[in-house]
Design a protein around this ligand. Structure first.
Ligand SMILES: NC(=O)c1ccc[n+]([C@@H]2O[C@H](COP(=O)([O-])OP(=O)(O)OC[C@H]3O[C@@H](n4cnc5c(N)ncnc54)[C@H](OP(=O)(O)O)[C@@H]3O)[C@@H](O)[C@H]2O)c1
Length: 265
């Protein structure tokens, strides 16, 4: 199914220089897609491109900061100049900042919104009209299990992911009958640079981490089936379900254990 959907199509993967995004690139190269991989780190992007090409994919790398004020505009200008038409957008770039809202620099917290919400939304909304006109393609937004409850110590991040899930579900509905899909993937903890980049400790050992490859495969399966949203595996599914049957205040208290700073035991 994945191959039938992606072969000979152009797929833009944001945040493809590591972790889940890099895993999407490898999976989609195998499925015969033409890849455009974006992120800030040119060296890591090139390494991902080499691995994807070894799997038979054609790959263009674009190094840029999507959270910068004109980041998305620069990317779209590049597409226009190079005649790139994006069929599928994997809105995967995302970041968090660990810390209490009151004592974490405001600019760092707003930067999370710039990337996780603003860039993600703008990219999708600018690319959607072309997809709808061609009656094919779609958007896979990468949210998180953090979308299901407030997370003390990672509050802005969890808020951005709740937004992504809500927005994606609505977009999925709006796009019915257009030939274009929208799906939201909600991964549980995955073994990537995410925790380090956010200044967090990885989750307690009792929580098993998924591999980026397993998360990417779950996302592509859900997108291929035109699901509105999907958790990345059984454990995240159970945890998300639990948040629906337990009091919200309790959920936030439990979640605070998962967003510990690297400096705190
Ligand atoms: N790992 C988890 O446990 C987990 C769980 C749930 C959801 N997620 C979500 O999964 C997605 C991928 O994260 P990951 O786990 O694979 O972590 P990761 O390895 O840190 O990947 C994040 C990606 O986003 C890119 N990125 C960050 N800031 C950017 C910016 N300003 N402009 C452009 N690209 C930027 C990074 O590339 P550069 O550094 O090269 O810019 C990197 O490729 C994120 O949306 C994250 O919220 C992760």
């Amino acid at each position: 199914m994945t191959r039938a959907l992606f072969a000979d199509t152009t797929v833009l993967i944001t945040g493809a220089s590591s972790g889940i995004g890099a895993a999407f690139a490898e999976e989609l190269a195998t499925a015969g897609a033409r890849l455009v991989v974006a992120g800030r780190d040119e060296r890591r992007l090139e390494a991902v491109a080499v691995r994807a090409r070894n799997r038979g994919g054609t790959v263009v790398t674009i190094a840029l900061d999507l959270a910068a004020p004109a980041g998305v505009a620069a990317l779209l200008r590049r597409f226009k100049a190079d005649g790139i038409e994006v069929d599928h957008l994997i809105n995967n770039a995302g970041a968090g900042v660990q810390g209490r809202g009151v004592s974490t620099p405001v600019e760092r917290q707003l930067g999370v919104i710039d990337l996780n919400v603003h860039a993600t939304t703008e990219l999708a909304l600018r690319l959607l009209p072309g997809m709808v006109a061609r009656r094919c393609g779609g958007i896979l937004n990468v949210a998180s299990i953090a979308a299901f409850q407030g997370m003390p110590g990672l509050s802005v991040y969890a808020g951005t992911k709740a937004y992504l899930l809500s927005w994606s579900e609505a977009l999925h509905f709006e796009l019915r009958g257009t030939g274009v899909r929208c799906c939201c993937l909600c991964p549980g903890p995955a073994d990537s640079r995410f925790f380090d980049a956010a200044g967090m400790r990885p989750p307690p050992a009792i929580v098993s981490m998924q591999s980026p490859a397993a998360v990417a495969r779950a996302g592509l399966r859900a997108y291929s089936r035109n699901a509105s949203h999907r958790m990345s595996g059984p454990l995240p599914s159970v945890l998300a379900w639990l948040t629906r049957v337990t009091p919200r205040a309790l959920n936030a208290a439990v979640a605070s254990n998962f967003s510990r700073s690297r400096g705190r035991p």
